[in-house]
Design a protein around this ligand. Structure first.
Ligand SMILES: Cc1ncc(COP(=O)(O)O)c(C=O)c1O
Length: 394
């Protein structure tokens, strides 16, 4: 490997959200990575820093070209320049879309368990969450299309927030699934917001399909949110893009993000984004291989040492979704117990709704030494939990 993913980097002193925890605790929680971003990105930021003036910044042609180049090369999807707009993040884009496309008290459909901040974007804006629960069959999640159509045909439903690939379950949707979602939404006049922020983090050999690339129905009824922030570890730089091929929809969302004042980049966002998509492909492929090894190691370790936990199959994201049902407690109890007994912090799956109360979410984007330490802590905590339960029951 040309890039170093093994070195442990101290993050507490940078106010990293994930690391604002007690001394000795190990957070495998919030979805950013404990790896330095690519040298090309760091160089681009350094050049910008050396200029020393951090005034207002426009979005140059090179920014549009970087997205067009990347999506065609990596995802076989030709994006036109006038489908694209800059936004200061995917979550700001989602909240702004909720406000523009729906009116208060209308319903927004989400397929759960899903990224919990979707619920905030809906609820905080006075809209209702219309939850369509994914069906879990033998460790694989499927869309319940009958239930989805029921939710979509509710006259109060005006928007679907879709996650492709899907956080936290790591599912990559097939073309057939995407086409069916697109067809049902168009049939019931529901706009689709497809959050594709995790799309570049698929396992080696896997491919994601952009929702808008599926067919004209999907293309002209969708708002797609993408960003370099997950794959290239730039979340703190607040840089994303919205892709909208439908001109009327484009105009609406463009007005929305300008009204909300989330359409202008900070001084580093543009250079970092261009360096990511134009110069960091090799880094990304090495990162994906490294994360994949971590995922395999964890799966293997848990299967051999903590058989009460079951790691679900994940084809995308650096997140693993772990079934805790065999322990006989809900995941909220288990995550608190693990934190208390070993300091390891995993996310309680209940935050993501659906059947998440029986799952833990684990971030695997760490140097291997940290992952090994996390496994030791997890094993110790689960052993103690079982011993305590045994004593209580006998
Ligand atoms: C599905 C999904 N969307 C959006 C975000 C956050 O996006 P941003 O930081 O650009 O607001 C995350 C972060 O975990 C995510 O998992």
């Amino acid at each position: 490997m040309l890039n170093d993913f093994d070195t442990i980097i101290e993050r507490r002193s940078t106010y990293a959200s994930k690391w604002q925890v007690n001394e000795g605790e190990l957070p495998l929680s919030i979805a950013d990575m404990d790896f330095k971003c690519s040298k090309k990105i760091r160089d681009a930021i350094q050049r910008r820093l050396d200029n020393g003036i951090f005034g207002y910044t426009d979005v140059p042609d090179a920014w549009y070209e970087a997205y067009m180049y990347w999506w065609e090369k990596r995802h076989n999807f030709k994006i036109a320049k006038d489908w694209l707009m800059f936004c200061t993040g995917v979550v700001p884009a989602i909240s702004s879309t909720v406000r523009k496309i729906t009116t208060p008290a209308e319903k927004v459909v989400v397929l759960t368990p899903v990224y919990n901040i979707f619920f905030n974007s809906i609820y905080n804006n006075g809209r209702y969450i219309n939850e369509c629960k994914l069906k879990e069959i033998d460790g694989r999640y499927e869309i319940d299309f009958i239930d989805l159509e029921e939710k979509l045909k509710d006259p109060q439903t005006t928007l679907l927030i879709f996650c492709n690939p899907h956080n936290p379950i790591g599912k990559i949707y097939t073309k057939e699934e995407l086409a069916k979602v697109g067809e049902l939404c168009a049939k019931h006049h529901v706009t689709v917001l497809s959050d594709e922020i995790h799309c570049d983090l698929v396992d080696p050999g896997e491919h994601y399909i952009p929702f808008a690339s599926v067919d004209d129905t999907c293309k002209y009824n969708s708002i797609t949110c993408v960003a370099p922030s997950k794959a290239f570890n730039l979340a703190g730089l607040q840089s994303s893009a919205i892709i909208i091929p439908n001109k009327d929809l484009y105009h609406k969302i463009n007005r929305a993000i300008n009204t909300d004042e989330i359409a202008e980049p900070n001084a580093f966002a543009i250079d970092a984004t261009i360096a990511a998509f134009k110069e960091s492909e090799g880094w990304l492929d090495e990162l994906r291989a490294y994360v994949y090894e971590n995922k395999c190691y964890i799966r293997d370790y848990i299967a051999h040492n903590i058989p009460e936990l079951k790691v679900l199959d994940s084809k995308a994201t650096y997140l693993l979704w772990i079934d805790t049902r065999a322990l006989g407690h809900d995941a909220g109890y288990i995550s608190e117990y693990i934190r208390k007994t070993s300091g390891l912090i995993l996310s309680d799956g209940d935050h993501y709704r659906g059947n998440g109360y029986d799952y833990l979410r684990m971030n695997t984007a760490y140097p291997k030494k940290i992952i090994a330490e996390a496994m030791t802590r997890l094993k110790k905590s689960i052993e103690t939990l079982k011993e305590e339960d045994h004593e209580k029951n006998n």
